[in-house]
Design a protein around this ligand. Structure first.
Ligand code: F6R
Length: 364
């Protein structure tokens, strides 16, 4: 049931503080502020490499996880879209953990990759939202998200719940590998615990984003830029927009603009820049200024500090709460989801059932 909401997608966007909190509860021990996986009989200390495989939005969650796992646990991570994975003849050596991320747990390409990895002797970990799914049954290490049923074809709450699980996994791997001291673990847990409140703060910008959607809706093309763990969010923002509003959109690592895509910039192409203040901010902002200098219309999504520093001359800004870089990808998911949603509403497209798409893709 949609309750007071116009669309399932809208309802699911607004459910995120609740379902992310619900998901985190099974990965965090409140009593001592530690991270723990729900399945305790799985020893992660022997893992020497992680291979992540997924499709679409779930793949973007995996891209964020690569940054986190490499940063915190210092484990090498490979990542592929599932439809490409087997065809590159991946080298899968003993000690490898293959990690599959899927809302439905039934996506054909991801499932085929899972079986390929199992055959090759990899341990199988699965981040999945449907506990009765095929992938859940075939996992050695089951890492459930508790997003509840996701009805809208465009994935929203499943994505942020995947990120919550993956952040906890990265911290758990780091602790077990002796890469994260007790104090840092408690700090990470505190940031994760704050996430639902930060998601609420992001959701509070709904009306403002609905207004802003009128600026974006007439565009033929829209670009999204981000750097580091927020680069996958740029890809996710572009995917959400194209899938439900049918506006052509692309996400780029902000530093890649000058290697080609900047040629696309003129005053008809809105550029959405995701740039939380922090260590990567200055570089992203200088890429943004290059876009502005060529007449690009920039929407800056940042925190107060970032907007004060770089917001001038943007056609719009969206102020996010100031958050730790670890949880920024979860919080910044909200404005890109809301923007896509409201642009689709302005255009009058079918938000919950976009053309040509199915909720669960069970053919390769
Ligand atoms: C985008 C979207 C798709 C799915 C992809 C994988 O909004 O929903 O890109 O993320 O089809 O599906 P799952 O996660 O079920 O494997």
């Amino acid at each position: 049931e949609k309750g007071n909401y116009r669309h399932f997608m809208q309802k699911e966007i607004f459910e995120q503080p609740t379902v992310v909190a619900q998901t985190l509860r099974s990965y965090i021990r409140q009593i001592d502020h530690s991270v723990a996986l729900p399945q305790i009989d799985f020893d992660v200390t022997s893992v020497n490499r992680i291979t992540i495989v997924a499709c679409g939005t779930s793949y973007y969650a995996g891209m964020v996880a690569k940054y986190w796992i490499e940063h915190f646990a210092r484990l090498p991570v490979d990542i592929d879209v599932a439809s490409e994975f087997r065809y590159r003849e991946p080298v899968l050596e003993p000690g490898g953990l293959a990690l599959f991320i899927s809302q439905s747990g039934e996506t054909a390409d991801t499932l085929a990759a899972l079986r390929h990895c199992k055959e090759a002797g990899q341990k199988i970990a699965v981040v999945v939202n449907v506990p009765t799914s095929t992938m859940a049954r075939e996992a050695d290490l089951l890492l459930p998200t508790h997003a509840g049923p996701e009805i809208g074809v465009a994935s929203t709450k499943a994505f942020t719940c995947q990120l919550a699980v993956l952040a906890a996994l990265a911290a758990h791997l780091a602790v077990k590998r002796g890469r994260m001291a007790r104090e840092e673990e408690m700090e990470v847990v505190n940031h994760l615990v704050e996430t639902p409140a930060c998601l609420n703060a992001a959701l509070a910008h709904d009306e403002e984003i609905a207004e802003m959607a009128h600026l974006i809706a007439p565009a033929r093309d829209v670009l999204y830029l981000g750097r580091g763990p927020d680069f996958p969010l740029a890809l996710e923002g572009a995917l959400k927009l194209k899938e439900i509003s049918y506006i052509h959109a692309e996400g780029y690592a902000s530093g890649e603009m000058k290697h080609g895509p900047i040629a696309l910039i003129d005053d008809a192409v809105p550029v959405i820049v995701l740039a939380p203040s922090g260590p990567l901010f200055e570089k992203t902002v200088s890429n943004m200024q290059e876009v502005r200098a060529r007449g690009g219309k920039v929407v800056l999504i940042s925190d107060r500090e970032g907007i004060e520093e770089a917001g001038e001359g943007c056609i719009a800004t969206i102020e996010m709460p100031k958050v730790h870089p670890l949880i920024a990808p979860l919080v910044y998911a909200v404005p890109v989801q809301l923007l896509a949603y409201h642009v689709a509403c302005v255009k009058g497209t079918d938000v919950d059932q976009p053309r040509n798409l199915a909720k669960s893709v069970t053919v390769e």
